[in-house]
Design a protein. Structure first.
Length: 107
């Protein structure tokens, strides 16, 4: 059984605290996206650490409000590095065909 992360209700940022009142903020830019549910397996400790990081960062203006937003940001950051390393710094375009399944390439 995994240990449960204990967080007091008042420690979870819901966007209604007075912490940021009076500070100028730039409204978020609307980004039109199509979302698709994704299922993958990952190490239990890694996911639990990510969930803890979301809870810790929620009270900060630059924090993450959900596990999905943290994972999306991490993927974007990793894609930028892969583009620099393998695609001459050019944006990696979305895959238009089916993703290969089965044994890993050259295994």
């Amino acid at each position: 059984m995994r240990p449960q992360l204990e967080v007091k209700r008042e420690e979870i940022f819901t966007g209604t605290t007075q912490e940021f009142a009076g500070k100028e903020t730039t409204p978020p830019v609307e980004k039109v996206t199509t979302k698709k549910p994704v299922t993958f397996s990952a190490d239990v400790e890694l996911i639990d650490r990510a969930r803890a990081a979301v809870l810790m960062s929620q009270t900060h203006q630059s924090g993450y409000r959900s596990l999905a937003s943290l994972i999306s940001a991490a993927i974007e950051e990793k894609l930028a590095g892969l583009a620099d390393e393998f695609n001459n710094g050019e944006r990696i375009e979305p895959l238009s065909g089916a993703f290969r399944s089965g044994r890993p390439f050259q295994s």
